[in-house]
Ligand binder design. Structure first.
Ligand code: FES
Length: 184
């Protein structure tokens, strides 16, 4: 795992896109399987790392939180792949474009946290414009409009993850729309 993480980091830093074979994309291992309908989410960083994400964890206007999906039945946190990192942010519902609004839950939207250019993560947040900004080559993604690319070299949006609220928990309403990570 560590070796693969280092390989991905090196590839992202060098600007070289890295495409993993299916076996390396986590198919078959529940910890590496992509988010699925019915998954809840746990915080991926900070003092409350590992705690189930609650509506109160998301402040209106951001900043986003980085989370991982969790299978509710088994309790398995799907943190075995960096491609399962999800950026979740709460925006003003009136700000959301149509497709984005239909995938949101109480103004909360979610996207893959891995840039579609060469696979960096650690995207920053520009609150006033609701933009995610990639630290590697400065691509900007519009969180209110399906994470479309508004500047920079990334070839496509960050894949969106549809959400719903079930029993008071933020829950995945489906899989990523599009493939997480880099496609060549
Ligand atoms: S990895 Fe190049 S802009 Fe994100």
């Amino acid at each position: 795992m560590e070796q693969r993480r280092n390989l991905l980091k090196a590839a992202a830093a060098s600007g070289v896109a890295l495409v993993l074979p299916p076996a390396a994309q986590g198919q078959g291992n529940p910890k590496e399987a992509r988010p699925q309908e019915g998954d809840r989410f746990v915080l991926g960083e900070g003092d409350k790392k590992g705690a189930v994400v609650k509506l109160d964890d998301l402040k209106a206007g951001g900043p986003p939180v980085t989370v991982y999906p969790q299978d509710v039945k088994s309790g398995t946190v799907r943190d075995g792949s960096r491609l399962n990192q999800v950026l979740m942010v709460r925006l003003d519902e009136a700000q959301l474009k149509n497709d984005t609004k239909s995938r949101a839950a109480q103004g909360i939207v979610a996207y893959s946290a891995v840039c579609t250019h060469t696979g960096c993560d650690g995207l920053s947040w520009e609150a006033g414009k609701a933009l995610f900004k990639c630290p590697c080559h400065d691509t900007e993604f519009d969180a209110a409009d399906g994470a479309r690319v508004v500047a920079g070299p990334a070839p496509r949006r960050l894949p969106a993850l549809p959400l719903k609220v079930v029993d008071g928990y933020i829950t995945a309403a489906g899989a990523f729309i599009g493939r997480a990570g880099v496609i060549q």
